[in-house]
Ligand binder design. Structure first.
Ligand SMILES: Nc1ncnc2c1ncn2[C@@H]1O[C@H](COP(=O)(O)OP(=O)(O)OP(=O)(O)O)[C@@H](O)[C@H]1O
Ligand SMILES: CC(=O)N[C@H]1[C@@H]2OC[C@@H](O2)[C@@H](O)[C@@H]1O[C@H](C)C(=O)O
Length: 381
């Protein structure tokens, strides 16, 4: 593939919230050219969410990234087939011919992430997806970074850097911080000049989701209905925010289980939910304080941007630091699709052998490319 040639790429993300598959279509050369062409979310049913949660539990004992003991092999097949189905539905709904797609970037589902042990495991069978879609698939994009001494995450900064250059004038005020509040949150700082600086900032929605699921039997705190009735418990918030993670210098990345959900009886349902929102916002603010230059513009994506309490705390904290917070949509982006778009973009970079990560984003020893290419080979008649 030539350096300036743009192709159409589909990206697929199943994030730490395990709520479903995000599909996005972009046209890109893997460098400065990015045209966003549509996206959709395909939620998992409760049964599959439960099987994924059980798989994450089973995976805690894994020592090798290729091993698929117990239910893991079957869950991986099902996950892969659900991704294929999501792409076919996306194509049907958008009148898209898959033969026009140059590559599919497939994140899969992170089962466990232990950078200190050099271990990151994503479920997702690239060759099986390539076969089901009749397209080339780039998958397993975190491993090469880890082999080069990196954290294996976050990888979205390469895409943030490409987006920053095309932001409307009102938001293109450097330094710019992109914040993703998903199950876990991460931050990317871009100064318009040097490689992005990035790291995971802390727990995002994962603790709130787990708390309301266990205490109220609901999958997440929709529109902040629970937290809006509560008050921040400063003792509980301080206990979370005293974790050594927050003072640790970058590079750093998190596993979904690095922060534990409060014990039953930690407080009233609403107060604990409200406190966990405060913790999610404060984690991002603390992260920004670690950056070499204070960002002027913050652009927020991920499901956490739909939680009014998280956003209120984040906006208040950023304003105290002279910064302005924008929803991704206010900057002309789709905050639900950023990660899936990033996986499409990274797949194209992988085809071109361009770096997916830098020492300043994951701590890798040198800029590294990554991903494994599963080629679709049509059967001979
Ligand atoms: N309307 C809403 N109100 C409140 N919270 C919401 C709303 N919609 C989504 N969320 C939160 O966002 C979460 C999903 O966010 P997202 O899809 O960005 O996470 P993810 O991509 O799975 O995580 P990660 O980025 O860590 O991989 C839900 O689990 C929920 O907590
Ligand atoms: C190991 C893993 O899957 N990490 C995810 C997770 O979800 C958010 C944060 O933790 C980030 O580090 C990463 O995802 C994003 C998309 C990334 O790699 O950039």
């Amino acid at each position: 593939m030539g350096r300036s040639q743009a192709i159409r790429a589909i990206g697929l993300m199943s994030g730490t919230s395990m709520d479903g598959i995000d599909v996005a279509l972009i046209e890109t050369d893997g460098e400065s050219h990015v045209r966003r062409l549509g996206a959709a979310g395909f939620p998992y049913d409760a049964g599959f969410r439960r099987r994924l949660a059980e798989a994450l539990d089973e995976a805690k004992a894994l020592r090798e990234r290729e091993a698929r003991p117990g239910s893991l092999a079957a869950v991986e097949r099902e996950l892969t087939d659900r991704h294929a189905e999501a792409v076919h539905r996306f194509a049907d709904e958008n009148g898209l011919d898959l033969r026009d797609i140059g590559v599919v970037g497939f994140h899969g589902q992170t089962l466990l992430h232990r950078p200190q042990e050099g271990l990151t495991v994503q479920l997702g069978d690239g060759p099986r997806l390539a076969e089901a879609l009749g397209r080339d698939v780039v998958f397993d994009m975190r491993a090469a970074d880890m082999r080069a001494g990196g954290q294996g995450a976050p990888l979205i900064p390469a895409y943030h850097a490409a987006l920053a250059a095309g932001l409307p004038d009102e938001q293109r005020r450097y330094p710019i911080a992109f914040v993703n509040i998903g199950g876990i949150s991460n931050i990317t700082a871009i100064d318009g000049d040097t490689a992005p600086i990035a790291f995971d900032s802390g727990p995002g929605n994962a603790l709130i989701d787990q708390w309301v699921a266990r205490e109220a039997g609901i999958p997440f705190d929709q529109d902040g209905a629970v937290a809006s009735e509560g008050h921040v418990d400063t003792g509980l918030a301080e206990a979370y925010l005293a974790a050594p993670f927050f003072d640790k210098p970058a590079p750093k990345s998190l596993d979904r289980f690095d922060f534990a959900v409060p014990e039953p009886g930690a407080g009233a349902l609403e107060d604990v939910a409200r406190t966990l929102c405060f913790v999610a916002a404060e984690a991002v603010l603390k992260a920004a304080a670690h950056l070499p230059a204070t960002p002027k513009t913050w652009i927020v994506g991920g499901g956490g941007r739909k939680h009014p309490a998280i956003m209120a705390d984040l906006k208040a904290g950023a304003a105290r630091r002279g910064a302005r917070v924008w929803l991704a949509e206010e900057a002309g982006l789709d905050g639900d699709a950023l990660e899936a778009e990033a996986w499409a973009y990274l797949a194209v970079r992988s085809l071109k052998g361009l770096p997916l990560s830098w020492p300043s984003t994951t701590g890798c020893r040198r800029p590294v490319t990554g991903g494994v290419l599963a080629r679709f080979t049509p059967r001979q008649p």
